[in-house]
Design a protein around this ligand. Sequence first.
Ligand code: PLP
Length: 285
Amino acid sequence: MSRIVYVNGAYLPEEDAKISIFDRGFIFGDGIYEVSAVIGGKLVDCEAHLARLERSCGEIRLALPWSKAELVAVHEELIKRNELDEGGIYLQVSRGASDRDFAFPKDVAPTLVMFTQARSFVDAPGAKTGIKVVTTPDLRWARRDIKSVNLLAPVLAKQFAAESGAQEAWLIEDGVVTEGASSTAWIVKGKTLISRPLSNKVLPGITRKAVLAFLAESGFTFEEREFTLEEALDAEEAFITSATSLVMPVTTIDGHTIHNGAPGPTALRLREIYIAFARKGGVLG
Ligand code: PLP
């Protein structure tokens, strides 16, 4: 069965959906995206993803003509039309289609595309075995806090990971781990979770924020600081967070075993709490 996707106001079978070859998302990567998870047919923390979308669009001066409520309604409609129980919903908005010219076009409506991808998140194999991570230099631009559709550097990093038999790449800059190619990076020492502060150097993870909201419930403390690769190799545990990996234990980094090669109790406990939160649609408490 072909998917039903959303393009500029219409719900269409994916093979009938079209956008212009002059779309600025395609020509310049002049656009923003978001990814929300669906678990048990429910959107997870979608409001927070849409708040980040609004912020990203504001930072590139792309005026969004849709309200958050309208965008949530499209998400819900796609879940219904695709009978999506578990998977991701991708939203891509570009500055629209216009003859090729770098400066912003006048009187052009943004292009909005949304599509679903059915995938198992809760029973992902990595949750039982842990995932392998390899490191690679961080080649990205200076505004990584904007969720831009320019994903060439992460594409190259992920391809390097795939060719190395790993599931994620950790990006290294000035000797420290910035983040995963598509996730937030964490290490654990005792009862302390360590992840770097938010800045223009990283995407502010929505899953990161949720995990930090569970500190009291989980009994962990948080140390917000940078960490080096050497420190990560020496850590008791490591894990990543993202909308689609949830909380995922890391069991090797560059071939070095972390936590005896088995998922650690901290990552597994946070994953359990996150899944309970996700099943409620991403509502705290
Ligand atoms: N960092 C980067 C570079 C990402 O691409 C992502 C997710 O795609 C994340 C962090 C995690 O963000 P979130 O938890 O909002 O999915």
